[in-house]
Design a binder for this molecule. Structure first.
Ligand code: AVJ
Length: 321
């Protein structure tokens, strides 16, 4: 078994400090902020609200695919599996799968938030007392949180990565992340992963520019967070939410547009904003089935099968090493 101890050999996927990342991102020609900072407590709550929106079809569609095909998925995973979930959060999506698996040898969720993860562990243990849950607290791109896997010897490990989280990474970084995942697995082990599919740009843009303006609030929350944690003076009223589909890059880009020329102070440093200048805050990459299969292959996985909804909006893939 390959249990690499070293972290991902790519500094772009590694942890660093909020202030350092903010100052560096806003010093670039195209100002950027790493999207992981959108998900503080307020941001995570707003994201949960996004998942309920009529315009945001992803969460609902993925859940329907799981409900419809859970028997086939459980069969594909096979008996005696250990399910490993990087970025598990409240562990809600995995429950249906755990319920349908034949004699699973356990569940190993990894998440940076101890409160959310430990509450989820208690809930799963109460509902499914036969499943041993080993909660690992930390950043899933770091090697240490995977160490606990060494002490578990299941028949098979299957990595569970739903929610189109992989879409947050550029294809280059997604490949590095999937290679890192592959390094935690051995021959015959699997990956069950959700991706949003390429589709009509109107449908995509509505999902990220919803009529209830929740995504706008979610996007602007990163500025509020910088204000409160980094002693900054962003005026949220001077920025507008913008989300658009970029067909060549096959992604929805989320930006904050400065509505006027002004200066913002962050931790004693000044940043100039021209009218119309943007801060790029998030990418959400979309894949065709064949495009995602190519990505899986280049990361060392063999695509086995996939399940879609009837409108071909979203896909869940099973691949193995
Ligand atoms: C959490 C990355 C799956 O890209 O659809 C939703 C994040 N941002 N609306 C996505 C998001 C704005 C979401 N993911």
């Amino acid at each position: 078994m390959n249990m690499a101890v070293s972290p991902i050999p790519d500094d772009k996927l590694q942890n660093s400090d909020f202030l350092t990342d903010v100052l560096a991102g806003l010093s670039e020609e195209q100002k950027t902020l790493p999207c992981k900072y959108l998900y503080d407590e307020a941001g995570s709550r707003l994201f949960e609200q996004i998942c309920e929106l009529d315009d945001y079809y992803l969460t609902r569609t993925e859940a329907a695919i799981f409900r419809e095909h859970i028997t086939a998925m459980a069969q594909q995973v096979g008996p005696g599996a250990l399910i490993v979930e990087p970025g598990a959060g409240n562990c809600e999506k995995v429950e249906l799968l755990l319920e349908h698996l034949q004699a699973p040898s356990g569940y190993y969720p990894i998440d940076i938030s101890p409160e959310i993860l430990l509450a989820a562990k208690a809930r799963i243990t109460a509902r499914l007392p036969n499943i041993e849950v080993t909660a690992s607290i930390g950043d899933f791109t770091q090697a240490d949180v995977w160490q606990g896997l060494k002490d578990i010897t299941p028949r098979k490990r299957v990595l569970f990565f739903p929610g189109s989280t992989i879409g947050n990474f550029t294809p280059e970084h997604a490949e590095v992340l999937l290679e890192f995942f592959a390094s935690k697995l051995s021959r015959g082990d699997g990956l069950l992963i959700g991706t949003d599919l390429v589709k009509d740009s109107i449908v995509l843009e509505r999902a990220y520019c919803d009529s209830e303006h929740v995504t706008e609030e979610f996007n602007k929350n990163i500025l509020a967070r910088i204000n409160s944690e980094l002693n900054a003076n962003f005026d949220l009223a001077h920025f507008a939410h913008r989300a658009f589909y970029h067909p060549l890059r096959q992604r929805v880009e989320m930006h904050l547009v400065s509505l006027k020329s002004h200066t913002v102070q962050i931790a004693g440093r000044k940043f100039e904003f021209a009218e119309g200048e943007t801060i790029h805050t998030e990418n959400s990459h979309k894949y065709s089935i064949s495009g995602f299969n190519r990505l899986l292959s280049s990361a060392g996985f063999t695509p086995i099968r996939h399940w879609c909804d009837s409108e071909q909006r979203y896909a869940v893939h099973y691949a193995q090493i």
